[in-house]
Design a protein around this ligand. Structure first.
Ligand SMILES: CC(=O)N[C@H](C=O)[C@@H](O)[C@H](O)[C@H](O)COP(=O)(O)O
Length: 230
């Protein structure tokens, strides 16, 4: 069975607003998702029960749900535990993305346990990786989709602060039967094309498509840094 929910070959728009953003409002995120759907996106990535539920009510695209929560005993913060999976499932997401790294998780839960729980809840699972070397363990634990979400900025990036295409290439070669999702710092149509050429089956765009607050700040800071007063 194809469990990629029609994501293959398309762009997924991440509709998230950081805590300090004036855009942090489920109604705003739902409108963003509607705009993404109208523009032809194949899926939405969304954080937290309220945003997921509002987006589900406003658009028909598949939702990759996450819950970001910082636990005191672990650095893992993207859908770290079975409890986080439940929150995403109860909100109505069809797909859950979760931290797929080998870092210790809160309460000593393992990646395999959290993925098994997500499967029990009927969810497709996307593993957010920080290194392509984590792919085999994520697949062995049951991940359906592999994302480069947590791959940090490196000198291998296609441009400074751009996406890491090497991670996509390695994952796509190593896992030909899994959908590899390029995610992290895709910001231009040329980035999307490069990611697809590198072997991505789909690409997530967040900040560059939906974070007006951050983008406006970039423009403002550029002006402030270069303006010479008369
Ligand atoms: C690292 C992390 O926590 N990433 C988060 C995961 O959901 C989001 O903050 C990103 O916006 C998302 O991955 C899309 O990436 P970009 O915004 O660079 O297009």
């Amino acid at each position: 069975m194809d469990n990629t929910h029609g994501l293959r070959g398309g762009v997924i728009i991440s509709c998230q607003a950081p805590e300090d953003s004036p855009l942090r409002d489920p109604h705003v995120m739902a409108r963003m998702a509607q705009a993404a759907q109208k523009a032809g996106a194949v899926g939405i990535r969304a954080e937290g029960a309220l945003d997921i539920a509002a987006i589900k009510a406003a658009c028909t695209l598949p939702i990759i749900g996450i819950r970001k929560h910082h636990y005191p005993d672990s650095d893992v913060y993207i859908t770290a535990t079975t409890h986080d999976v439940d929150i995403v499932a109860d909100a109505g997401a069809q797909i859950v993305a979760l931290d797929g790294t080998d870092r210790p998780r809160p309460g000593g839960q393992t990646l395999a346990e959290v993925i098994a729980h997500a499967k029990q809840r009927g969810l497709i699972v996307m593993a957010d990786l920080s290194d392509p070397a984590q792919g085999p363990a994520a697949v062995a634990s049951g991940a359906d989709l592999l994302g480069t979400t947590l791959v940090p900025e490196t000198s291998q990036d296609v441009r400074p602060h751009g996406p890491n295409l090497r991670a996509v290439e390695i994952l796509a070669k190593a896992h030909p039967y899994r959908l590899v999702i390029g995610e992290g710092r895709y910001a231009t149509p040329a980035d999307i094309a490069a990611g697809m050429r590198a072997g991505a089956g789909a690409i997530v765009v967040g900040r560059a498509a939906t974070d007006t607050y951050a983008l406006a700040g970039d423009f403002v800071r550029a002006a402030q840094a270069t303006h010479v007063p008369n």
